[in-house]
Each structure stands twice: as structure tokens, then as C-alpha cells.
Design a protein around this ligand. Structure first.
Ligand SMILES: Cc1cc2nc3c(=O)[nH]c(=O)nc-3n(C[C@H](O)[C@H](O)[C@H](O)COP(=O)(O)OP(=O)(O)OC[C@H]3O[C@@H](n4cnc5c(N)ncnc54)[C@H](O)[C@@H]3O)c2cc1C
Ligand code: SF4
Ligand code: SF4
Length: 423
């Protein structure tokens, strides 16, 4: 069983399935893909994220050795390596999987508008929806918490307009029991909420956004249709600031390094420049962590070809002028000068944090978490959890980028396969 179908869970599932091993892939959301589906492009190649991901999503959903359980969560795990009994709760979709053809008529007619988490709440979706356009499986689901039928016994418009008669309000949640030889946990990460650092102004200053919001703002399939404007007045920003390590390497919040932000802020600045070559960017950093192969050259390209200036300086506060332009107060730690430049838009590179339910999951799985609540792995066997037969991969055990999540997943799959082969 693989729990979590982001890039790490998908890679682990495909590796196992290709070895002829049957995989039960359990994903909480209605679509697989995880955070990578939210990204516009990915460093270090600046390839389109969904173009790399989409073939893997399709392979995963079609592979004869993979059974996909979406809208599903692990309820309990009993037994030991080679012989686990796992109960999985499958939430009702209220749409028949074999009837829906993803035509979208129901979405068009649904009157209920809801904050869209996939788009970081920068636009609304409907109560009947698919997570994202290229989502797999390509089937609608109804958000029971928001749907007018479930909340007010009204509407049922989707049922009337669906020519396939795919809507089924009678569906119920189901519990299934599976016999499993080995478990791989790949439940990923959440992002830090920067409202906790009040001097940065997030939530108060309209032109201060987070890096994941910015990913959606620059994405062609995002809420701005790929035309970058700032939230307050829809003006095209020309002067951007990125602040690295927001919530990371900070003993008041998260002491660890989130490992990707120095690189992804450079990537986001590069993409902004590709949108508009008049854009000038300043990236504020504590120190630049560009340890991967070719990463230093990537940063250099940012300076040489994309008008990025890297400023070694600690930001003390962000205020705004009457036009809502953010003013960044910082000390330049090279010159010891205190400066206060103005920008059109500020992007906060917020840390990667453990999932909100990581501790509850660790109790269900019977595994340990570390001091920061990431799942604890063995120093010299990084994919091993504290329990035999349960392995970890990707960002559920530590912050890491996509290439490292993929390597981690293949390692976990190899370890899990050893157990399956012994049974
Ligand atoms: C702003 C930003 C930009 C980034 N840009 C880049 C980049 O350009 N290049 C790069 O290499 N990396 C980048 N990264 C890092 C990248 O997002 C991660 O490395 C990658 O997404 C990790 O994949 P994952 O599978 O470990 O986790 P996730 O993508 O978080 O996937 C985890 C999956 O598990 C599911 N899940 C969670 N809990 C449960 C549960 N209890 N039961 C069942 N399912 C569950 C989730 O719904 C999700 O589908 C960026 C990160 C951020 C924040
Ligand atoms: S539920 Fe019906 S109307 Fe909606 S996308 Fe599916 S087939 Fe089309
Ligand atoms: S019944 Fe619910 S999902 Fe269907 S159209 Fe009405 S509000 Fe939307």
C-alpha cells in the first residue's frame, strides 16, 4: 500500500507495479498529483510541471497492478511486516465514476461558489468540481460540506442537467479492509502560514503574497490566466521582492531549512521575467543554499539573464505606502546599512511544514515523528520508519525537492519490494 499520491507516492507505486507487485494507492483528495500539480514550472530545468506530471498520472491510473483509492483515508493498521490489515475509509463522491465523462455542464450550472484550495483561494470553484483541469481521475465530485442539497435540501440542478445521469446523492462512505505486506507513506507537506509573523504583513497588506500563491498567479491555468497582476489594483508589477526563509531557519517557528526555497524563488523570478522582461527582482536571503548539481549555475543565470539581484539581508518589517506598494525595511548584512526600498509586489517563501494530521497519522500507523513532527526516519536507512514494514518517502519525512522525492520513492519501493518478495 502506498499512502499519498503526490509525485513521491506515484513514483513508488509505478516502480512497484513495474516489478509485478500489486499496489493499493490511497489518496485523500479526489485527484492524484499532490503539490507538483499546483506548480507552474519546476527548477532546475524550468519544464512545465504538469507536462512532466501528466504522463505519470495517466500511467498510474491505467496500470493493471495499481488500484487507485481516491477520496480515501487510512483508518487503522494492525499486524506486522508481511501481514498488515488496513482499514480504509472511502468517502462518497456523489457522482458515478463509470458514468461521468467530465463534460463540465454540471459545474457550469451549479450556483454554489466555494473557495478553491487548489488555487490557494485566489478564485472560487463550484460545489461540484474537479481539483484541476488535467486532474486524474477525470471525474467530478460533490463537496458535501458546501452543496445546497446537503446543507439546505435545495437545488439538485446538477442532477437535472447531467445527461449521463451520473449524479447519485444516495452514495455513502464505505470502509474496506485490505491485507497488505508493506506500507509506504508519502503524505507530503503543508505550507507555513505567515500570518504568524505579523511584521511581514501577510493578510494585512494586499500586495504581500506567498510563494505557492505566486505559483498559481503565474500559471496559465491559474486564476489570472497567466497574466501576472498584483492583488490590490490588478496593476502589472515591475518591481518584485522575494523574501527567503519565511518560517524556516527560525527558532520561533521552524528551525530547519526548507531546502527548496532558494531555488524556487529564483525559478519564480525567472518565470516572472519571461512574462515581462521589464520586471526587476530582488531576492532577500540569509545565505543561498544551492547545493544540487548545476544549482549554482542556475542562480548565476538568474543574475545574468533574468535581472535578479540577490541581497544578503534580514528583513525587519514590511509596511506599505498610500498606493499599497510594500516597503521592505532590512539591514544589508554586507554593508550594515538599514534600507527601505519600495516594491510593487512581495512574495514570501514560506517553509514546508508537516501535514496538520501528521501526529494522528503516526498514531494510526504506529510510527514515530521527529522533533518537528515530520515522520521519523533512520539516519542511515532514510526510507525506514520506526516500524518494520513501513517505509517513508518524499516530503512527509523531510523537506526536499522533486528530484530528491523521486529518488526517495524509488528507494522506499525497493525496500518494500524486499518484504513483498519474502511473503
Ligand atoms: C512554492 C513552492 C515551489 C516549489 N517549486 C519546486 C520546483 O520548482 N522544483 C522542485 O523540484 N520542487 C519544488 N517544490 C517542492 C515540491 O513541491 C515537493 O518536492 C514535492 O511536491 C513533494 O512531493 P510529495 O509527493 O512528497 O508531497 P505532496 O506533493 O505534498 O503529495 C502528498 C500527497 O499525499 C496526499 N495525502 C496527504 N495526507 C494524506 C493522508 N492522510 N491520506 C492519503 N493521502 C494523503 C496529499 O493529498 C497529496 O496528494 C516547491 C515547493 C513549493 C512550496
Ligand atoms: S457529472 Fe454529468 S454533467 Fe457533470 S461532468 Fe459528469 S457527465 Fe458531465
Ligand atoms: S445540488 Fe449541490 S452540487 Fe448540485 S448544482 Fe446544487 S449546489 Fe451544486
Amino acid at each position: 500500500m502506498v499512502v499519498g499520491a503526490g509525485i513521491a507516492g506515484i513514483q513508488a507505486s509505478l516502480d512497484l507495479a513495474e516489478r509485478g507487485i500489486k499496489v493499493e494507492l490511497v489518496e485523500k483528495n479526489a485527484c492524484i498529483g499532490g503539490r507538483m500539480a499546483q506548480l507552474d514550472k519546476t527548477f532546475p530545468t524550468n519544464d512545465c510541471s504538469i507536462c512532466i506530471l501528466a504522463p505519470k498520472l495517466a500511467e498510474c491510473s491505467r496500470h493493471p497492478n495499481i488500484t487507485l483509492h481516491v477520496l480515501s483515508e487510512v483508518q487503522s493498521v494492525e499486524g506486522s511486516a508481511g501481514n498488515f490489515t488496513v482499514k480504509v475509509l472511502k468517502h462518497a463522491r456523489y457522482v458515478k465514476e463509470d458514468e461521468c465523462i467530465n463534460c463540465g455542464i454540471c459545474v457550469e450550472k451549479c450556483p454554489m461558489r466555494v473557495e478553491d484550495d487548489f488555487d490557494m483561494q485566489l478564485r472560487k470553484r463550484r460545489a461540484i468540481y474537479i481539483d484541476y483541469v488535467q486532474g486524474v481521475p477525470a471525474i467530478m465530485s460533490i463537496d458535501k460540506e458546501k452543496c445546497l442539497w446537503f446543507t439546505k435540501s435545495a437545488c439538485r440542478i446538477c442532477e437535472k442537467v447531467c445527461e449521463r445521469e451520473a449524479i447519485d446523492f444516495e452514495q455513502e462512505d464505505k470502509e474496506i479492509e485490505l491485507n497488505i505486506a508493506s506500507i509506504i507513506v508519502a503524505t507530503g507537506y503543508d505550507v507555513f502560514d505567515p500570518t504568524a509573523i505579523s511584521y511581514l504583513g501577510y493578510g494585512r497588506l494586499p500586495n504581500v503574497v506567498t510563494s505557492l500563491e505566486f505559483e498559481r498567479m503565474i500559471s496559465a491555468s491559474g486564476p489570472l490566466g497567466g497574466h501576472l497582476t498584483r492583488p490590490f489594483d490588478q496593476k502589472e508589477p515591475k518591481n518584485l521582492a522575494f523574501i527567503n526563509c519565511v518560517g524556516s531557519r527560525d527558532i520561533k517557528n521552524n528551525p530547519y531549512c526548507s531546502s527548496c526555497c532558494c531555488m524556487y524563488t529564483t525559478k519564480e523570478a525567472m518565470i516572472a521575467y519571461e512574462h515581462n522582461s521589464n520586471i526587476r527582482t530582488s531576492i532577500f536571503y540569509i545565505d543561498l543554499r544551492a547545493g544540487g548539481k548545476g544549482f549554482r549555475d542556475y542562480i548565476q543565470r538568474g543574475c545574468d539573464d533574468y535581472a535578479i539581484t540577490y541581497i544578503k539581508g534580514k528583513v525587519a518589517k514590511i509596511l506599505q505606502d498610500e498606493q499599497r506598494n510594500p516597503i521592505v525595511f532590512y539591514e544589508d548584512t554586507d554593508t550594515f546599512e538599514v534600507k527601505q526600498p519600495k516594491f510593487d509586489l512581495v512574495v514570501l517563501a514560506t517553509s514546508m511544514v508537516p501535514k496538520k494530521d501528521a501526529v494522528r497519522m503516526s498514531e494510526i500507523l504506529g510510527i514515530n515523528v521527529d522533533d518537528c513532527n515530520f515522520f521519523k526516519s533512520m539516519t542511515y536507512h532514510p526510507q525506514k520508519s520506526s516500524k518494520e514494514g513501513i517505509f517513508l518517502c518524499g516530503t512527509c519525512r523531510a523537506p526536499m525537492d522533486i528530484p530528491n522525492s523521486v529518488v526517495d520513492a524509488s528507494g522506499a519501493a525497493a525496500k518494500a519490494a524486499e518484504i513483498v518478495m519474502r511473503v
